[in-house]
Structure formats: C-alpha cells, structure tokens
Design a protein around this ligand. Sequence first.
Ligand code: SF4
Ligand code: SF4
Length: 322
Amino acid sequence: MKRAIFCIIAGWLLLLILIGFSSCADSFNGNVSDEDDGSSTVDTIPPAAVSDLTIISVGCDSVSVEWTPTEDSEIYALRYDTVNFDESGWQTAQIFSDAIPVDAETMSITIRSLTSETYYCFAVKGADSLENWSELSNVVCCSTLVQDTSDTMTLPVDTIPPADVDLDVVEGFFSLPQISFVAPEDSGGLSSVIVQVSSESADFVHYDSIIIAPVESGNEYNIQISADLYSFGLVNYVRAYAVDLEGNRGDFSEVVAFAHRYQIVNSSCINCGRCYSACPNDAISYNSSTGSYVIDVYACIGCGDCVSVCPRSAIDKYVKKL
Ligand code: SF4
Ligand code: SF4
C-alpha cells in the first residue's frame, strides 16, 4: 500500500516538473507569443522589400548606396555582382554583409575595394528580429570610374531619370486584378518598375509595393495583383515609377483607381430577379429598355449575396476602372 502511495506521489511530482519545464521553454522561445485565447502564434511575415535603393556616389574603387529601411526590419544584407541579377542570382552574388543593423532612417553604405572601370549591380534584403527575410529590393547598377579619376567625384555618371510609366488597369471578368504598362525609355537602361497599391486612399499614406525586375524599355508587362495586396469590394489605387540601372528614379505615373466587384454575365442570366431581391445595398436594378438586370459597380459592396442566390452562376468577379 505504502509503495503504491509513493508511486502516485512520485508520478505527480514528475508531471509538475515536466509542466514547469515546458512553460520555461516557451518563455525562452522568442519566436512564440501567447494570444489572449490561449493559442500561440509565430511571426512569419517578413518586412516589405526595399523599393528605393539608390546609388549616391561612384568612385574608381567604391560605390555608395542608400535606401529607406522598411517597417519592422532590423538588419539588412547587401550583395553585389558584376552582372544584373534577380532573386535567383542573390545566392551567388558577392556578400558585402548579411548583418547590417538598421541604425538610421536612411541607410547609407559605401562598398570599397572594387575594381575600377567595372560594372557592378547591388541589391539589399531586410529581416526582422526573427530573421524573416524580405524579397529582393530593386537592383541598381553602375560602372566604377577609371583609376586616375579623382576619388572625390561623387555624382553618378548618369543622372537622368527614366521617363514616367504609362500605367493602366485591365478591365474584365478576372479573379484577380491586372495592371499593364510599357516599360519607359531610359538612356542607360532600366533596373525595375515599382508599383504601389493602396486600398485606403489616393494619397498613398499606406501602400504595398510590387517590384518588377528586370524590365526592358519598350516591352509590355501584364502583372497580376495578388489578393493580399488589395481589398476586394473597396476602391483601390495604383501608381508606378521606374528606376534605372544607376538608381535614378522617374516620376510617379498617374494614379489609377479600380474596384474588384461583381457583375452579371449577361449570356448566362435568365432574368429571374433573385439577385435583385437579395442585394442589401440596392446595387441591382432592372433595365426595362434592355430587359436585363444590371449591377451598379459604384453601389456594389462585394458582399456576394447575389452570387449565392443566382441559379445560373451568372454573376462573376469583375475588375472595373473608376
Ligand atoms: S455583391 Fe452584394 S452589394 Fe454587390 S450586387 Fe451582389 S448582393 Fe449587391
Ligand atoms: S439571379 Fe442570376 S439568373 Fe437571376 S437575374 Fe440575377 S444574375 Fe440573372
């Protein structure tokens, strides 16, 4: 009997020690946070990619670059190569540093011991405290100066920015919005086109960036905007600018407003009127001259109630410029 009681007490003690060890381990693990509902989450969202990396000076054996650190970033990696590169070329690019601490609102770094009269391209990636690494920044390129050129020469060779981007939004029955543009001309060649997307206001106080690189002047690009970069049912705004290989930045394009909402596919509609009755925002009306129901894209809030009652699957997502 005593032995049984001893075993039960020992078992409980062991269990208490294990529970204590488990909670200690959690408290030491910086990647885990406890939510109010008792669940634990791990931050896996990286900082946004830098979109304003710029060459600010070129010497015969050095190049200085600067950029604005994006929110949440704590360190930056800076790499370079003697050819233009993208995400796939990042791994083989020369490492300048993989741990530059963010210590200023504008980061300025000088890369020294370069070879004179040589073409170099530079890019950065940022990481938060949990080492979630961002996507690649815009890539900037230049050629170092000849050996006997004064080291105090600090202006980039090409200071002329690219032309403006002629940005457009493609209208139609698409499940995701698409933008289109022809890459503008630049005397020294383009590095990238940066598209900013805001679902708040045309002032772009908050926005997400899409970096399209590499790009070539005169080529047409159609880029899909992923669902996490805009708001379905709301008015969204896009604008873009081009960056050349020396980091000169063009002006912003015109702002294009668009909404991704619902429209009736007339060929499938049988005019039963169920969508009209279901709409909570009076966005659907009957057009007696055409004998069909129509959705007012400005009044539609994208709730989807009409979609769920339609017997012919005649209502689909539509991208409309506003
Ligand atoms: S999505 Fe909602 S608001 Fe828009 S037309 Fe359909 S029911 Fe009306
Ligand atoms: S519910 Fe569908 S089929 Fe009926 S009127 Fe609306 S879109 Fe047409």
